[in-house]
Design a protein around this ligand. Sequence first.
Ligand code: TXA
Ligand code: MG
Length: 344
Amino acid sequence: METKIITELTRDNLQLVAHALRHGDVVAIPTETVYGLGANGLDADAMDKIYAAKGRPSDNPLILHVPNAESIKPLVKEIPETARALIEAFWPGPLTITLPKSDLVPDRATGGLARVALRCPDHAVCRNILELAGVPIAAPSANISGRPSPTTAQSVYDDMNGRIPYIVDAGICTIGVESTVVEVRDDGVTILRPGGITKEMLEQVVDNVSYDPFLSSQNEAPKAPGMKYKHYAPDAPMRAFIGNPKDVAEAFSNVIREQDTKRGAFLVSQETYDLLKDSVHGEFHVYGHSGDAVALAHDFYKTLHHFNECDVDYILAEGVVNTGLGVAVMNRMEKACAGHIIYL
Ligand code: TXA
Ligand code: MG
């Protein structure tokens, strides 16, 4: 199968992909978080094609994407007051809510779970396609399972060429890390996966927001099945350091000396780059100022894909503190490093 990248986002082209989606094809679509691998969320055979294209374990449930809040009514048993408040505050946007599913939703979408995950993306092209398709679109991130998620059409193409008919190219994703997944309970909200909507933002709207205990103690089973898998790994081994730029630059220098003639790639803040640039040779990517979690989120996956292209031997990254969007980025970075994070 030849994979076509659609760059002209005309009504005709969006109709074409919406039609393909509605009739059982898998199409990569842009969102504000990462690119998704979409298929008709009411069609079990179409969703099977997603699992095949990604090489994804089939117990890992999918998020159903809708063009507006109204569209979730037939997909759920009820919409509790807390969920309504979250939808009102954060949709369209990077918040995925799990609610008890109706009979209309196939078990294939939920991996047999009683709840379905729902999200309305804050992306005009995406919502346009969802509206034209007229069915909820199941969409995991459009990477091969275990590899970094894609934030550009080119990154999707690198993983999916030959596996799907179309990729809709709407440029780089603005947020760069996946949506926050929450479970709504009667007495509050549990964050199953940190993402684009932060805990602090949720607390502005609802009482009693907590993280799934799995996120701090890996002894627990995660409530979002996908959280247990190895994820986001670049080809080269990666280590991360968090601290002030002077300490980070020193830690990097020590590792670089140990690695000797090996080729390194460095994801750093501007301040750390300024300290290293005269003494270190290698592939640098500067994401922004020290501590800027938003800038790091935007560039993170894109840079891992770029480092894969450069064929480097090892990667060093400068992390940010665990607050705000930093929680979501550091969750991905920790997995990309297989836990090799050092707080200086
Ligand atoms: O930003 C995003 O959420 C992107 C874009 C494409 O929308 N999608 C995405 O999908 O990240 P995926 O499949 O890569 O991750 C979905 C996560 C997984 O960890 C999965 O286990 C969890 O959500 N999940 C899905 N349905 C669930 C459910 N019913 N209960 C608990 N966790 C669920
Ligand atoms: Mg994913």
